[in-house]
Structures are given as C-alpha cells and as structure tokens.
Design a binder for this molecule. Structure first.
Ligand SMILES: NC(=O)c1ccc[n+]([C@@H]2O[C@H](COP(=O)([O-])OP(=O)(O)OC[C@H]3O[C@@H](n4cnc5c(N)ncnc54)[C@H](OP(=O)(O)O)[C@@H]3O)[C@@H](O)[C@H]2O)c1
Length: 281
C-alpha cells in the first residue's frame, strides 16, 4: 500500500466541523486529498478548509445538515462538480441522547437521533453510489461499539447505530461486484465534543462535564482518524476499537449474563445518579 493512499482522491467527510471528522480531514489534507467538508457550522468549516489547503490538500466547505435529503443530494453534487469524481464517502456526522425510553417526554429526540445517525448515512450513500461505482470507491461509516453491543439508557443511539450496521452490511454485498467497499468503524470512547453535546431526555446537552468520562488513556480523535483511514485504504469490513472484541464475543456466547452484568454495572448506577440529580433540583 502506498504511504499516501488518499493523494489526489476526492473524499467527502460529513460531521467535519469537529472531533473525528475534523481529524480525518486534517489527515487527508496531509496526504494531498481533495476534501469536501460537510457539517452545519459554516464558520468552522471555512476555517478548517483553509487549514486543509495550507497542509497540502484541496478543500471546499459545503454547509450541510444531513437530516435534509435535498441537502445531502446537493452536497454530493457539489463535491463531484468541484473535483470531477468521488473516491471516498465518509459518513461521520453523529449525535446521541441518553435516558430511559419510558421517561422521554415524546419521541421527537429519538427520531432526531435516527435522522442524523441513520438517515443521514442513507441519504448521502444513496446519492453517492453512482459516482463511487465509477471510481471503485469506498464508503466509510463511523458507527460505534454501541452498534455491536448495546447499553441501556442509550436506546436511541444504539438503535441508530445498529441500523447503520444492517444498512452497511447489506449495501456492501450489493456493491461488491462493482468494486465499492464498505468499512464500518466502531469506536469506543474518543476525546471529541460528542459527550459535551450528548443530550439528556429533554434534549439538553451535558456541557463540559460530559468530558469527565475521558482519561489520559482515552483514544484521541487523531488516533481514531488514523486507524479509520488505514482500514478504509485496505478496504476492511469492520474495525472494533477499545474493548470491542471482548464485548462482542461475550455477547455471542453469554448474552443473558452480559445483560445481567450490564444492568448491575451500568443501568442501576445511571438511574441512581439521575435520581440524585433530580432530587437536588
Ligand atoms: N466520541 C466518541 O466517544 C464516539 C464513540 C463512538 C462513536 N462515535 C461516533 O463518531 C462520530 C463523530 O462524532 P465525534 O465523536 O467526532 O463528535 P463531535 O465532535 O460532536 O462531532 C460530531 C459532528 O457531527 C456534526 N453534526 C451533528 N449533527 C449534524 C447534522 N444534523 N448535520 C450535519 N452534521 C451534523 C457536527 O457538526 P455541526 O454541529 O457543525 O453540524 C460535528 O461536526 C459520530 O457518528 C459518533 O456517533 C463517537
């Protein structure tokens, strides 16, 4: 494999304005890729595009909300119009919300998570496929270990990522003959803005205290980006990060036991913490 597999490759990155998406864009720029940066925050994208150009890549910023099908279509068309081809689509934009299903005031938040994490992937992929077939390109879906081994208190997020897995595994077979690969990336915790933005059942972001779960050992966005780009270059099916293999393997051989342990070690403490917070308010 070349040491710069993305040189002169046209790549779209959704969710590029922060975290893993931003780190992917910078690494792609270092290799001389032609990058289309998508997210809602136009100002951040413009700054990032300039940074990518300074690092040796070509870059355009295309402000896009991935919950809008028409916006996703326009994103793909704009990227192909600018660079004349599409080699890689990285579906990375994502959000999350926590809380017990029964405590959600209604299902608006649940649907919002599905819209961003699942339908955003579907829309972009649908409009990109015909271009990716021309280049024997690559689809990279940034999922989560939550798409392989779910946690309680996260049903919306887990459901959205499981949906991404089913979609990816199906589309991979459909596109195999055309030479288009689909790589699923399943990170454990990564230091980004994700946990600050993580919403409670009312849609309120956790804010800076969301970062309390990170330690010095937590994977950085750059490390995650490096592993992702290497895996996609090699057309790997799936990458499990952190304790991925262990949790997935345990869930296959003893799902009931894993449920019991998870209820004791994850669900009950979360519920107790939420009750304590509520009683203070
Ligand atoms: N961090 C972790 O621990 C972790 C673990 C496993 C999986 N992941 C996955 O990694 C991916 C990237 O997340 P991250 O950790 O880098 O979090 P992040 O720093 O919060 O970045 C999320 C990105 O998604 C974009 N986004 C959110 N809603 C959007 C929408 N409606 N339309 C377009 N873009 C939207 C955000 O940009 P705008 O706000 O500007 O739109 C931002 O660029 C997500 O799919 C997440 O599920 C993260």
């Amino acid at each position: 494999m070349s040491d710069k597999p993305y040189q002169d490759k046209a790549v779209i990155v959704t969710g590029a304005s922060s975290g893993i998406g931003r780190a992917l864009a910078l690494r792609l720029a270092d290799q001389g890729a032609w990058i289309t940066l998508a997210a809602r925050d136009a100002a951040r994208l413009a700054v990032l595009a300039e940074e990518c150009r300074q690092r040796g890549g070509k870059a355009i910023a295309v402000p896009t909300g991935v919950t809008g099908e028409a916006q996703c279509k326009a994103l793909i068309e704009r990227a192909v119009a600018e660079f004349g081809r599409l080699d890689v689509l990285i579906n990375n934009a994502g959000i999350g919300a926590t809380g017990l299903l029964e405590e959600l005031p209604d299902l608006t938040l649940f649907k919002r998570v599905m819209d961003v994490n699942f339908y955003g992937v579907v829309y972009c992929t649908y409009y990109a496929v015909k271009h990716l077939k021309q280049t024997q390109g690559r689809i990279v879906n940034i999922s989560s270990l939550g798409g392989k081994s779910p946690l309680p208190y996260n049903s919306n997020y887990n459901a959205s990522k499981y949906a991404v897995h089913g979609f990816s595994d199906s589309v991979r077979m459909e596109l195999a003959q055309a030479g288009v690969s689909v790589t699923l990336i399943c990170p454990y915790w990564v230091v980004t803005e994700f946990h600050e933005r993580l919403m409670d059942k009312d849609g309120t972001p956790r804010g800076p205290q969301g970062r309390a779960i990170y330690s010095e050992k937590t994977m950085t966005a750059d490390q995650c980006a490096a592993t992702t780009l290497k895996a996609a270059a090699r057309r790997k099916r799936e990458v499990l990060m952190g304790p991925g293999w262990l949790t997935v393997w345990l869930r296959i051989i003893a799902p009931g036991l894993v449920d019991k342990i998870t209820i004791e070690m994850v669900l009950k403490p979360l519920v107790r913490r939420a009750e304590k917070t509520q009683s203070k308010e």
